[in-house]
Design a protein around this ligand. Structure first.
Ligand code: NAP
Length: 464
């Protein structure tokens, strides 16, 4: 048999997951002109793009334009998309290793982290990730309900997901109606009685995880006044010294933005968006029916930890705030993959430059990870590109050493037959382009698209 990756024996790669991490890996694999390669990308949903479709906020359409890059990758004759195929259920790792030389998992971080405080499971305490998936029309979340009769909503965390959630709750119906938010979410949010949204940062402004553009946008919402307490926006001595030492222009700009938000006066808008710093929820308070009615907060000061990072330290100053809905936005978390090792602490698959390693430190031949399942839920969409390059370079090194699976049937038609036999209703990229065109047509004239949110609706539209 000739060398893998040549005309006589093309390299066959399966990429599991069609978000940015998966597409950037595909892009880099296809770039190597020397390599003869065939790529199949799997997704358990019929639609590609992962968090670009289901995570990026509907009022941030510009960010979604990155899908043009992914379309270009998908137009390569060496690329195929197998949507509506669940790896782990419809096809197993064993099946894939019978048909591919290398498998790259780009499955992201599919669940949420917990706060670990009493009352976290009361009715009305919800992970922000569920709300995000719901308003973005994720088929597995479309039937979720959120009680938007609540007047006061807390969002725990000050990362960009918290900002997205707070902003969507504060948008007017007219603003939302011009986006591709799911129709049912538009309906529910147009009847929302939310008057105040309170974002809660456990550390100070200098440690806030949101990015400058995102926090700046909160100060110019047509439907909500912004409220930041001057005393909480002020830097403590440790942070001031750290900021001075870092000399980071972006951070200095962020602090300027926060100061200007603190200085702004309310203008009588119908909603208020409050950003608090240096407070941690210590308990959610429930009523007799088990529903959230309030939250107990402790004031923090910052202290230097051993790793040189400023950490929040609780004081003995407490306060209670009335809230009827709480979104926990303290980070995403990866989910273990069948037959692969998993690090429970970080919620990632242990790896060495993308090559999956077992508990004893030995690499698993042929199995790779990229994106959030590899490094954890950090960074913006573009961060996945260098990450994918690193993994693909490692895949090439292993190929050069002939460290690959020995598939029994490494033909493109063999993989196609496998998928057809397990999921006759799988969705190709050409099918997705049809769905895409229908969604865009359904959005005309005012919306970027109206999304299909149920798998059977998608398959019916394709007559599968
Ligand atoms: P994140 O950026 O890691 O922010 C998590 C927030 O939760 C931080 O403020 C963190 O505070 C806080 N937190 C963690 N544990 C907590 C606890 N027990 N109690 C109180 N607060 C706690 O995560 P994310 O917002 O989920 O975003 C994930 C990634 O996606 C980020 O890289 C983000 O930038 C990216 N993203 C980007 C965009 C965009 O570009 N527009 C939109 C959405 C998401 P500490 O800092 O003190 O730990």
């Amino acid at each position: 048999m000739s060398t893998v990756g040549t005309e006589g024996n093309p390299l066959r790669v399966a990429i599991v997951g069609s978000g940015p991490a998966g597409f950037y890996a595909a892009e880099h694999l296809l770039k190597d002109k020397e390599l003869v390669v065939g790529l199949d990308m799997f997704d358990r949903l019929p639609t590609p793009f992962g968090l670009v479709r289901f995570g990026v906020a509907p009022d941030h359409q510009k960010i979604k334009k990155v899908t043009k890059v992914f379309d270009r990758v998908a137009s390569d004759g060496r690329f195929r998309f197998f949507g509506n195929v669940d790896v782990g259920t419809d096809v197993t790792l064993q099946d894939l290793s019978d048909h591919y030389h290398q498998i790259c998992y780009a499955t992201g971080a599919q669940t949420d982290r917990r706060m670990g405080i009493p009352g976290e499971d009361l009715t009305g305490s919800r992970p922000a990730t569920e709300f995000v998936a719901w308003y973005n029309g994720h088929p597995e979340f479309r039937d979720y309900q959120f009680d938007l009769t609540a007047e006061r909503v807390a969002v725990v965390g000050v990362g960009n997901v918290a900002v997205d959630v707070a902003r969507i709750l504060c948008r007017t119906t007219e603003e939302l109606a011009a986006t591709d938010i799911a129709d049912y979410a538009l309906d529910a949010l147009s009847q929302s009685r939310v008057k105040e949204v309170i974002m809660l940062g456990r550390r100070g402004p200098a440690q806030a995880a949101f990015t400058n553009q995102e926090v700046k946008e909160l100060g110019v919402l047509p439907g909500a006044d912004i409220d930041v307490r001057a005393e909480e926006a002020r830097l403590d001595a440790l942070s001031a010294a750290e900021v001075e030492r870092a000399g980071d222009r972006t951070l200095n700009k962020k602090l300027e933005i926060i100061q200007s938000l603190a200085a702004s006066e309310p203008t009588g808008k119908s909603r208020k968006l409050t950003i608090r710093f240096l407070v941690s929820p210590v308990e959610l308070i429930g009523n007799d029916a088990g529903a959230v009615v309030g939250m107990r907060l402790v004031r923090n000061v910052l202290a230097m930890s051993e790793n040189g990072r400023l950490r929040p330290e609780a004081t003995d100053e407490f306060e209670e705030i009335p809230v009827e809905l709480v979104f926990r936005s303290v980070g995403y978390r990866g989910v273990a993959l069948p037959a692969l090792p998993f690090d429970e602490r970080s919620g990632t698959v242990p790896n060495e430059r993308g090559s999956v390693v077992r508990a004893d430190g030995t690499p698993m031949v042929g199995v790779y990870v990229t994106g959030w399942i590899k490094r954890g839920p950090t960074g913006v969409i573009g961060t996945n590109k260098p990450d994918a390059v690193e993994t693909v370079n490692r895949m090439r090194e292993d190929l050069a050493q002939n460290r690959v699976f020995r598939p029994t049937d490494p033909t493109a038609s063999g993989a196609d037959e496998l998928v057809r036999s397990r999921r006759p209703d799988h969705v190709s990229y050409a099918d997705w382009r049809k769905l895409d065109a229908l969604e865009i047509a359904n959005g005309k004239p005012n919306r970027p698209r109206v999304k299909f949110t149920a798998v059977d609706e998608m398959l019916n539209a394709l007559r599968k």
